[in-house]
Design a protein around this ligand. Structure first.
Ligand code: PCA
Length: 297
């Protein structure tokens, strides 16, 4: 099992628990070794590695793969689904499409868990989005790069495993991510402000190579699916708890955790509106069906 985030991150802890549950339920017949921290493959390489069978399973962040297929990026769009309840609804609408696409790609979705809501980390205070002009902005996905372009910042794509170093060396000076990654990557060492935008909740998905899964006997497959369903429910609850806890930790480390001004919020909402339009243009009829299903739910 290849994973991209540190072993102490709540997604990784949940994944380890999943592996332990499978071990127990199969009386040691199926052992899953979690390789966290992008130690096996870098975040953007994990999906292909699972598809090609270099590793039997892996955890990805769907939003990283928006350029491959727009539907993967739906949960990375600012202010489309910006609470846990909305995230759940969007997942329900996305899930059948993602399962079908992954099946075509020779994989199977085991479970998905949202990151906590995304906010903006900066060195200097932000009155409005104009204060982001020219700022070296760390992106982790096509959508977070696009946000930078729309506010006039300079996007640099850096995955979480390299974020601390990119900040320490001055390659980047702002980012948009969760409180969880803020704590994981000690963003308070280089940045001073966290604007709690609650803009979107990107999901991680745990995938298994279909051939590897099909090769398991029926009882083992059942144990994996049961442990996956448990991990999904456990992860959803953990994400909400981590959201509260990490914002408290950021404050304890001296970070200013700020409610965005109405102007900043309005500016970012406008960015979100533009991005949804662009996304719908690229996603075509499938995208419209997804958004309609989500809005109706
Ligand atoms: N942390 C990951 C993705 C979303 C999040 O909250 C990151 O910053 O790379």
């Amino acid at each position: 099992m290849a994973a991209a985030y540190p072993a102490t991150n709540f997604h990784s802890v949940n994944l380890q628990q999943f592996a332990d549950d499978v071990d127990k339920a199969t009386a040691g017949k199926l052992k899953i070794t979690v390789h966290a921290g992008a130690s096996l493959f870098k975040a953007p390489e994990i999906k292909r590695a699972v598809q090609g069978g270099q590793v039997q399973a892996g955890e990805i962040i769907f939003a990283n793969f928006q350029n491959e297929w727009q539907i993967y990026g739906a949960d990375g769009l600012p202010f489309l689904a910006d609470s846990y309840a909305e995230s759940n609804k969007l997942y329900a609408a996305q899930k059948p499409l993602i399962e079908k696409k992954l099946a075509e790609q020779g994989m199977r979705l085991l479970y998905a868990v949202p990151w906590p809501p995304q906010g903006i980390y900066t060195k200097k205070p932000l009155a409005s989005a104009a204060d982001l002009k020219g700022v070296k902005w760390r992106a982790y996905s096509p959508a977070t790069s696009r946000i930078a372009e729309l506010v006039g910042a300079q996007p640099v794509t850096v995955q979480a495993a390299e974020l601390s170093q990119a900040l320490a060396t001055g390659v980047v000076e702002a980012t948009m991510t969760s409180g969880a990654t803020g704590v994981d990557s000690k963003l308070f060492e280089n940045l001073k402000y966290y604007y709690d935008m609650q803009a979107w909740l990107p999901k991680n998905g745990v995938l298994v190579n279909k051939q590897a899964f099909d090769a398991l006997d029926k009882a083992t497959q059942g144990a994996v699916l049961k442990a996956a369903a448990d991990a999904e429910a456990r992860g959803f609850a953990a994400s909400q708890k981590v959201n509260v806890d990490t914002l408290e930790k950021l404050k304890a480390y001296g970070m200013q955790v700020v409610t965005p001004s109405p102007q900043l919020k309005a500016d970012m909402k406008k960015v979100g509106d533009t991005m949804l339009k662009e996304w719908l243009d690229k996603a075509g009829p499938e995208g419209k069906i997804l958004i309609d299903a989500f809005k109706k739910s």
